[in-house]
Design a protein. Structure first.
Length: 168
């Protein structure tokens, strides 16, 4: 269900948290690790995100804000927001009939965690969920003439076409 490279990214998020003695794996750990996922990276670059700045800001936030484990025997736990992002990405891929969950799917799902610092950092660079969805659907960013409603209509039409083709 998860793309192999995405599985590696998730493992790297836990590994990074372990190496830094963090108590939790957060959405910020997740975003930091999917910077190495080609699908997510393509979306970020298409949305004009400066990867070096994003990486530096994520590392700074994580180092200053993630609590350290008090007991070495305790396993690192993903935060509820981390779990919701992964669940949301999996659900979206399943409901759309697509194959495997990619880093790009996780990136889009991340935007539902509106209060997370990772979303704040993406928005700070001018990226929105609509930009990511538009790139994934059309291979380009949202133009000024295209509204969110237009994008949703196009996505629904595409999904209906796929459903009809699958029924035949």
């Amino acid at each position: 269900m998860l793309e192999k490279n995405l599985e590696e990214c998730l493992n790297n998020a836990f590994k990074f948290a372990h190496e830094n003695n963090h108590e939790f794996v957060t959405t910020e750990h997740l975003l930091l690790c999917i910077l190495n996922n080609q699908d997510a990276l393509n979306v970020l670059l298409a949305c004009d995100v400066n990867i070096d700045i994003l990486e530096a800001e994520l590392k700074e936030f994580i180092s200053k804000n993630c609590p350290e484990k008090k007991d070495e025997a305790v396993e690192i736990q993903p935060t509820l927001s981390f779990q919701r992002v992964i669940q949301r990405a999996v659900f979206h891929v399943q409901s759309s009939g697509a194959g495997e969950v990619t880093g790009a799917n996780v990136l889009v799902a991340l935007f539902s965690e509106k209060e997370s610092h990772s979303v704040y950092l993406l928005k700070k660079q001018g990226m929105t969920r609509l930009d990511a969805v538009s790139y994934m659907s059309h291979g380009e960013g949202v133009t000024e003439d295209e509204s969110f409603d237009d994008l949703l209509k196009n996505l629904l039409l595409q999904k209906n076409r796929v459903t009809l083709v699958n029924m035949l």
